[in-house]
Design a protein around this ligand. Sequence first.
Ligand code: ATP
Ligand code: MG
Length: 252
Amino acid sequence: MSATINGTTQEARVAVNCKELTKTFGTGNAAVKALRGVNLEVRSGELLMLVGPSGCGKTTLISVIAGVLRRDEGDCKIFDQDYNRMSEDDTTEFRGVNIGFVFQAFNLIPSLTTAENVGTPLIINGMKPRAAVSKAREILVQVGFDERMMSSLPTDLSGGQQQRVAIARALVHQPRLIVCDEPTSALDGETGHKIMELLHTLGRGEGRALVVVTHDSRIYEFADRIAAMEDGRITQVVDSASQLKPMQKKTD
Ligand SMILES: Nc1ncnc2c1ncn2[C@@H]1O[C@H](COP(=O)(O)OP(=O)(O)OP(=O)(O)O)[C@@H](O)[C@H]1O
Ligand SMILES: [Mg+2]
């Protein structure tokens, strides 16, 4: 199984291919149709930004793409692989190797230090803890952390610092697909810019891709393409922010 799981089709020129994807939360009167038929392609090598008003389904969509949420209907292929054709164990293994996820709520482990948090994906993929923490420290230096901050617990860090830890953790194992949910929302303009430079440099490349959900127009310049989402559907995909047609609702 590992051959198919880890060795995703190398020549895949499409990183993500979603067709008529649907996802509904709840049932009956309480049902919320979060995804109503999403069609989206993320090309290998690109950074695609996903924008749209609060509640339009952005987090739901990237959660399905990252394999942390199962779709209801439609197709979703990640480097030609389909979570629905994998067992739970294989999905976990595939995600561990191929996906880096920066969650909107950071999801850091409170009992682990910064460096231990960042090293977790490497340990899950079989690296020895000492080597993992050492590798984690290297990437933490790149997001601007000093020795003291690396030994801190998440609760001792500011929101912006926690966000940088979450980003370092998503990058550390060099996944082929990185999905980020508002990676600059807790950062000042300068730090946000630096973080995007880092994501742009370390996350892109042949056979790799990033999907970045954002409300932050200051970082649009880092996008290769921008996909706009409204009410559970992708309504436009453009090459630059200047081509975005006004949305029905404001983006925030
Ligand atoms: N676990 C859940 N249970 C029930 N409803 C949910 C759940 N997650 C999301 N929803 C609903 O699905 C819709 C889409 O939510 P989602 O979080 O994907 O939006 P979003 O575009 O990421 O919004 P925001 O910009 O505020 O983060 C919303 O109406 C939301 O209330
Ligand atoms: Mg969201």
